[in-house]
Design a binder for this molecule. Structure first.
Ligand SMILES: [Zn+2]
Length: 92
């Protein structure tokens, strides 16, 4: 007997028609020049091309969250490598 896969059916990828797999992902957003990372977001991920989709209510929650500056202020801060583009290394 086939086990029923729990969770939401994300259907097939709109780009390459591969069945989407449910995963918890990290999503990053730039809000007013600040990088915000939201962890553990349930999303459908295409194993073929990497396309990600989230459910409408998840998207709405994130949209609200990234406008909530008080909550962002309280969030854990991480440091990320930041490298400035070097025009001496690459001719533009
Ligand atoms: Zn795809």
């Amino acid at each position: 007997m086939k086990k029923k896969i729990p969770g939401y059916d994300y259907g097939e990828c709109e780009i390459c028609d591969t069945p989407m797999q449910e995963k918890l992902i990290k999503q990053d957003f730039w809000v007013k020049g600040e990088l915000i990372v939201v962890e553990g977001v349930p999303a459908g991920v295409c194993p073929q091309c990497g396309k990600k989709i989230v459910k409408a209510n998840v998207g709405q929650w994130i949209a609200k969250l990234i406008k909530n500056s008080a909550r962002i202020k309280k969030a854990t801060k991480i440091s990320v490598p930041t490298i400035k583009f070097d025009a001496k290394e690459v001719k533009v």
